[in-house]
Ligand binder design. Sequence first.
Ligand SMILES: Cc1cc2nc3c(=O)[nH]c(=O)nc-3n(C[C@H](O)[C@H](O)[C@H](O)COP(=O)(O)OP(=O)(O)OC[C@H]3O[C@@H](n4cnc5c(N)ncnc54)[C@H](O)[C@@H]3O)c2cc1C
Length: 389
Amino acid sequence: MRTQVGIIGAGPAGLLLSRLLALQGIDSVVLENRSREYVEARIRAGILEQHTVDTLTAAGVGDRLQRQGLEHRGIHLQYPGTRHTLDFPELCGRTVWVYGQTEVTKDLIRAQLDGGPPLLFEVSDVRPEDVDGDTPRVRFTDADGVPQVLECDVVAGTDGFHGPSRAVVQEAGGRLWERTYPYAWLGILADAAPATDELIYAWHPEGFALYSMRSPTVSRLYLQVDPSERIEDWSDERIWDALDTRMALEGWSVNRGPVTEKSILPMRSFVSAPMRRGRLFLAGDAAHIVPPTGAKGLNLAVADVTLLAQALVRLLQEKETDLVDSYSDRALARVWRCTHFSWWMTSMLHRSGDDFDAQLQLSQLRRVCSSEAAARELAENYTGLPLEL
Ligand SMILES: Cc1cc2nc3c(=O)[nH]c(=O)nc-3n(C[C@H](O)[C@H](O)[C@H](O)COP(=O)(O)OP(=O)(O)OC[C@H]3O[C@@H](n4cnc5c(N)ncnc54)[C@H](O)[C@@H]3O)c2cc1C
């Protein structure tokens, strides 16, 4: 098999990269180790920045997003006794959209299978090779158990945190930074109409809680829990009671409904640099992870592949190396900005440490809720900074 760009991983990063390249006349093959059903059902992110919406729309996969996505004009920040609204258009002229990552993935897969580049599910033993030369390849075993070799000009490692690509880059030297947080998120999906117009980020002495939504009839809610908690120990009743306590506000209540999914998500920040070795380029969670508090993971993956697609078009069509040579530095500038913002939101809202820490958090929250400059800083970062910083 031969293609111009071998793409490992059919998450949002790999699928969108393939789509952006195809629109510029560049061939690719996407290799995914899971089944289509598994990839489409994976519940993850749900907030899209404006640049993500614009990129998906320009790539011709924004129709359903435009019809079913919910435009959100702000967030509510809450601490006991106070719920304060940040109005994003007023603060920075931008908005965000609620549209599940599952839906983004379904739209991209449908477009890919409808005449797009090859997308092979359920492959195994995927390994990029000879990435330091001009003729790299990807070895893998196809769904029928037959060993295959994909010869390429370039390999894109969009295989998420657990994929094989990052290790190949790091073998040639590089650096990793990691911060594991002393708490996790217990997330539920519930068939219940959201009781709020905007997401609510709530600080509470018993821990952080987040009220978000996926549609006018489906709510997505989170509770800060200890990372050692077991989901079996959290009955639906216990979860709803904790949400009621942490989100309590006079005259308002959480809407309950059947819980259709629940899981516990560890929280970490992780950055791997550089994002390139020879002809192997990393993008998305393969190179970096942020805690979900700032809603940045999916948006960063989209930003990376937007930069990478431009760089690969220039390399493969114009034989110019300037954009691929600067790709890692340009992508990492944005990665670190989002890493800082996600860490800052996480540190401000999650209970840890002692009462002194709690007072510092409350002071920071009051500052964001009372100073236009502080609120604008949050709004600009939350709604998405320019692609190139
Ligand atoms: C449980 C969870 C909840 C999250 N919630 C949020 C949230 O609320 N908000 C937010 O902004 N972000 C959230 N994120 C982060 C966000 O979902 C990711 O940043 C986003 O999925 C990154 O996309 P990606 O394409 O880079 O990686 P992924 O979506 O991880 O895609 C990588 C793909 O590569 C495939 N792959 C892996 N190994 C191999 C291999 N050996 N061979 C072939 N294919 C392989 C995987 O199966 C997967 O399909 C969450 C992440 C997780 C794990």
